[in-house]
Design a protein around this ligand. Structure first.
Ligand code: HEC
Length: 130
């Protein structure tokens, strides 16, 4: 192996240090945060319109065309109760669903990235008309 010039060796050390800082950062420890790009609201919108809109409605008020036939009304994302929930809580609901409710788990149907994107889009909806 060729000897590595001194200045490059220091550079590598810096890289390793940054990696440690990144690994110690709490926000990157959950596997759902393994996504390496920021949530994409435009993509979230496409996912939402396809899978969620029939129940949650076009503006997230829980007034989609399928909502009338459900025993449990879909959550209204514009209500303060939903608005106050953290992204993490919404993500968990989407990932695991709600027991005894038409809101089933989306794990397996949506990728981690799609779930995060859809949360970003729900955030956008919940901030509208405020
Ligand atoms: C079959 C209808 C239906 C579909 C489709 C549906 N949901 Fe739901 N969703 C519900 C119902 C009903 C609830 C309320 C559950 C409860 O409170 O018991 C709910 C609740 C939620 C909540 C919890 C909100 C809160 O304030 O805690 C989130 C987040 C959510 N849905 C996201 C989604 C996303 C994202 C999709 C699409 C990937 C989706 N839902 C698709 C019916 C649906």
């Amino acid at each position: 192996m060729l000897p590595v010039p001194k200045q490059f060796r220091r550079c590598r050390l810096l890289g390793a240090g940054l990696l440690v800082i990144f690994l110690l950062d709490g926000s990157s420890t959950s596997c759902l945060y393994a996504q390496d790009y920021p949530p994409d609201q435009a993509h979230g919108k496409a996912v939402y319109e396809r899978y969620c809109q029939p129940c949650h409605g076009p503006t997230g008020q829980g007034d989609g065309p399928d909502a009338g036939s459900l025993k449990v009304p879909p959550a209204n994302f514009q209500r303060f109760q939903s608005f106050l929930k953290s992204d993490e809580e919404l993500l968990r609901t989407i990932e695991h669903g709600v027991v005894f409710s038409p809101m089933h788990s989306w794990r397996g149907q949506l990728t981690d990235g799609e779930m995060q994107d859809v949360v970003a889009y729900i955030r956008l909806l919940s901030q509208q008309e405020r």
